[in-house]
Design a protein around this ligand. Structure first.
Ligand SMILES: Cc1cc2nc3c(=O)[nH]c(=O)nc-3n(C[C@H](O)[C@H](O)[C@H](O)COP(=O)(O)OP(=O)(O)OC[C@H]3O[C@@H](n4cnc5c(N)ncnc54)[C@H](O)[C@@H]3O)c2cc1C
Length: 409
């Protein structure tokens, strides 16, 4: 066992959460080590949709232009289809500077930009897999990791450890925090396809009967490539004995809305599956000498499945709280609790709205009704478009008044 020198902060995992935290901590003069089990650039199973919230953190990191100039697809709106097959196209509200309202970028590309930026501000060891935390006198004081190149076991010590190691987080597991129940958890599959017909500059969310309250998605990428997938709440999937792989392949090959579009299209690479811990379950993401960020903290939006923005936001807030805690020389649970308070103040209300929307999405007649109304009325489409870009307004979707107004419109 090889022991190494002392750091201020060790970050397990260099995905969007870990890389964001590393960049901001390094910029604040904190001595950081990132231990990442993969070698970048690496793929991550995902829909590749980058939200407005991610853009906000990218702006603070000074990486917007780099991401904009990388291979991606500009997204202008969203196409919804209801279980009865009715379809509506809702444009995203235009941005004052005419920049893309949204975009999709493969994680192989996007995560690498964040990771390379982290390397400018922190020490980084790739192919190092964290397998345990070191706890002394009730405080996390470091981690144990395997150097995958040599198979050597190593110990690394720091004042604070951040678990940014994704949905199967070792740090969360060892600290007894991998506790998201299956009703707050999604299982999803993704494939890349070339030459799907009628793809536009819109992401597509199709509420097909077989996976409600989840959806089948088609997201455009660069050069005729698409990201295609299906996600479903894990407890529903198990209760209804859904074979997600079969349902995905059936949607592509047999569903009346997609069959013709996929004729002649070509799968690029295999089907990949992964798990999404939702933020509708509030995991305790802190303790003596440690914090959890991103999927390790169970922060994914329970309606849309988006998690990159919350991973980056939590990485930013973690960096601010840790920088202050290190200045005070106090990394106790009582001090690090500020991270949880600030984080939930920022993302809690939106997660709450999304959980309610997920419940609305279980009611097939309601989905049919809303999509039908929007498809037939430009005024309703405009209203929904405005609501998509406004958190306060989005809450209206979860109350009966919105549906009553639609009924009367
Ligand atoms: C099928 C699917 C579709 C999705 N679609 C979208 C979408 O379109 N938009 C969106 O915003 N979100 C989407 N998400 C969610 C999104 O992928 C996650 O929320 C996001 O990746 C979380 O970032 P993270 O940094 O917390 O974790 P990750 O991105 O998982 O990064 C964790 C990093 O830690 C490393 N690591 C893991 N274990 C160890 C270890 N033991 N030691 C060292 N390193 C380790 C990994 O190699 C990885 O680099 C989707 C998820 C799935 C599964």
């Amino acid at each position: 066992m090889e022991a190494s020198s002392m750091y201020d902060v060790i970050i397990a995992g260099g995905g969007p959460g870990g890389s964001t935290a590393a960049s901001f901590l390094g910029q604040a003069g904190v001595r950081v080590l990132v231990l990442e089990k993969a070698q970048f650039p690496r793929d991550k199973t995902c829909g590749d949709a980058i939200s407005g919230k991610s853009m906000g953190v990218l702006r603070k990191l000074g990486l917007v232009d780099e991401v904009r100039n990388a291979p991606n697809a500009r997204i202008e709106g969203v196409i919804f289809s209801a279980p009865n097959g009715k379809t509506v196209n809702i444009p995203f509200p235009a941005r004052p500077d005419h920049s893309a309202p949204g975009f999709c970028c493969r994680r192989l590309v996007y995560d690498n930009i964040l990771f390379q930026n982290a390397k400018k501000h922190a020490e980084v060891l790739e192919k190092h897999s964290v397998n345990d935390v070191i706890v002394e006198n009730g405080f996390v004081v470091g981690v144990k990791a395997t150097d995958l190149a040599t198979n050597q076991q190593k110990e690394f010590r720091a004042k604070v450890v951040i678990g940014a190691d994704g949905s199967q987080s070792i740090v969360a597991t060892k600290m007894g925090r991998l506790d998201t129940p299956e009703k707050h958890h999604c299982t999803a599959l993704r494939l890349y396809y070339k030459n799907v017909k009628d793809v536009t500059a819109n992401i597509e969310l199709h509420f097909v009967d077989s996976v409600l309250p989840g959806y089948f998605w088609i997201f455009p990428l660069e050069n005729g490539l698409c990201n295609v997938g299906i996600g479903m709440v894990t407890s529903d999937m198990k209760k209804n004995k859904v074979n997600l792989r079969q349902v995905t392949l059936d949607a592509i090959a047999k569903h009346p809305m997609f069959k013709a579009r996929f004729e002649g299209a070509e799968a690029v690479g295999p089907i990949q599956g992964w798990t999404l811990p939702f933020g509708s379950h509030h995991r305790k993401p802190y303790g003596n000498g440690f914090l959890l960020v991103g999927d390790a903290a169970s922060l994914i939006d329970p309606f849309t499945g988006e998690g990159i923005g919350n991973a980056m936001t939590s990485g930013l807030i973690a960096s601010q709280v840790i920088t202050e805690a290190l200045k005070k020389g106090d990394v106790s649970e009582a001090t690090l609790k500020q991270y949880d308070d600030k984080l939930w103040n920022e993302i809690g209300p939106e997660l709450n709205t999304s959980y309610k929307l997920q419940k609305v999405g279980r009611i097939t007649p309601l989905l049919n009704f809303v999509v039908g109304k929007a498809a037939s009325s430009p005024k309703v489409r405009d209203t929904i478009s405005g609501m998509l870009g406004n958190e306060e307004a989005k809450k209206e979707f979860t109350g009966p008044l919105f549906y009553l107004k639609l009924l009367l419109s």
